[in-house]
Ligand binder design. Structure first.
Ligand SMILES: Nc1ncnc2c1ncn2[C@@H]1O[C@H](COP(=O)(O)OP(=O)(O)OP(=O)(O)O)[C@@H](O)[C@H]1O
Length: 306
C-alpha cells in the first residue's frame, strides 16, 4: 500500500505537486495518469524519499521509505528509462546490487528468469537495447521480492512485444497481491493495463476512479441516424433531455437517447431509417476533456497558450 497525504512539492515559483492525497491498494494495477509535466515523476521521487516534500507525507506499507530497515524488500521501483552504463554483464550487475542489500544469488537467477533475460544475462549490460535495459531495470526492482512495485513510464520507447510483456508482468504481479503503481501520459495504454486510475493535472488530483467508472463516464454515446424523413424524425425524437444536430441533409446526430430508443420511436411513427449507429467518446477524448483545464492553465502560465 502506498499512501500519499497532502503531498506538495514546490520548485521556486512552480508548484509541481499540489496537495495530493490518494492511496494505492494491493492486488490491482493502479495507473498514475496525467499529461507531461503533471507532477507524476516528482510524486514518485517523493514516495521513494529521493525528493523531500514541501508539505505532506508519503508512506510505503505504513512508513516513510527511509524508515524501512530493508526498503528494497518493501518497494521496487524503476524511474525514468535510462541505459545502464556498465561494462558488467546483466547478471554481475544484479549480483552486485543483491550483495549490497543482503540478497542471495539464488534470487538473482530467479529475477533473470522472471524478466526473460536468461539468454543474455552474461552479456555486457551497457550494450543492451532499450527493451532489454527495461527488463534489467525491472529485474533490479524485483530483486528484493517487494510487496510494492512502482514504475515510471515503463513502456516509453518500447516495441509492441515489449509493451505487451510489461503489461502482462504488471498484471501478474498484481494478481499475486502486490501493490502495482505505474505512470503514463497515455490513456490508451492505461486502459489496457490498469484497473484503477489516479489522474493528475497541474500537480493536482483530478480523479481517483476505477477504469470501469472512468469508461462509464466517458461513454456519452451519440446516435447517428439517417432517414429520408429526417424532419419528421426530428419531431418524434425531440425532448427536454435530447440534443439533436444535423450536419448534412437526412442525417441527425442524437445525444440523450440510446440507439434502441431511436429505432423504436422511428418504427412507432412509421418512419424509414437508412442508418442507425452509436459512437462513443473514446477514453482518450474523455481523458483530454478531463485534463484540458490543467493543460490550458499550464500553457498560459508558461506563455505558451494552446
Ligand atoms: N528538479 C526540478 N527543478 C525544477 N522544476 C522541476 C524539477 N523537477 C520537475 N520540475 C517541474 O515540475 C513539474 C512536474 O514535473 P514532473 O516531471 O514531475 O511531471 P511528470 O508528470 O512526470 O511529467 P513527464 O511525463 O513529462 O515526466 C514540471 O513543470 C517540471 O518542469
Amino acid at each position: 500500500m502506498i499512501e500519499v497525504t497532502g503531498l506538495s512539492k514546490r520548485y521556486g515559483d512552480k508548484l509541481a505537486v499540489d496537495s495530493l492525497t490518494f492511496q494505492v491498494r494491493p492486488g490491482t494495477v493502479t495507473g498514475f495518469l496525467g499529461p507531461n509535466g503533471a507532477g507524476k515523476s516528482t510524486t514518485m521521487r517523493m514516495i521513494l524519499g529521493l525528493d523531500a516534500p514541501t508539505a505532506g507525507t508519503a508512506t510505503v506499507n505504513g512508513r516513510p521509505y527511509a524508515d524501512h530497515p530493508a526498503p528494497l524488500r518493501e518497494i521496487g521501483a524503476l524511474l525514468e528509462a535510462k541505459a545502464v552504463h556498465t561494462g558488467r554483464s546483466a547478471r554481475n550487475h544484479l549480483l552486485a546490487l543483491a550483495a549490497t542489500h543482503g540478497i542471495g544469488r539464488h534470487r538473482v537467477d530467479e529475477v533473470i528468469d522472471l524478466v526473460g533475460l536468461h539468454e543474455v544475462a552474461g552479456k555486457r549490460a551497457g550494450g543492451f537495447s532499450l527493451g532489454m535495459g527495461q527488463r534489467l531495470g525491472i529485474a533490479a526492482a524485483l530483486l528484493g521480492d517487494p510487496r510494492v512495485v512502482m514504475l515510471d513510464e515503463p513502456v516509453n520507447g518500447l516495441d509492441p512485444d515489449g509493451i505487451r510483456w510489461i503489461r502482462d508482468l504488471l498484471k501478474g504481479l498484481a494478481a499475486e497481491g502486490r501493490t502495482v503503481f505505474v505512470s503514463s501520459h497515455l490513456m490508451s495504454e492505461m486502459a489496457q493495463t490498469a484497473e484503477h486510475l489516479i489522474v493528475v493535472g497541474r500537480g493536482r488530483l483530478i480523479a481517483d476512479v476505477s477504469l470501469a467508472e472512468f469508461t462509464r463516464r466517458a461513454s456519452r454515446a451519440t446516435v447517428r441516424v439517417r432517414s429520408p424523413q429526417a424532419t419528421a424524425l426530428r419531431d418524434v425524437l425531440a425532448g427536454p433531455t435530447v440534443a439533436i444536430t444535423g450536419g448534412e441533409p437526412g442525417l441527425l446526430e442524437v445525444t440523450g437517447l440510446t440507439r434502441e430508443q431511436v429505432g423504436e420511436r422511428a418504427a412507432a411513427a412509421g418512419l424509414t431509417l437508412h442508418e442507425l449507429s452509436a459512437t462513443e467518446a473514446s477514453l482518450e477524448e474523455a481523458f483530454m476533456t478531463m485534463t484540458r483545464d490543467a493543460v490550458e492553465y499550464a500553457g498560459t502560465s508558461e506563455g505558451n497558450p494552446r
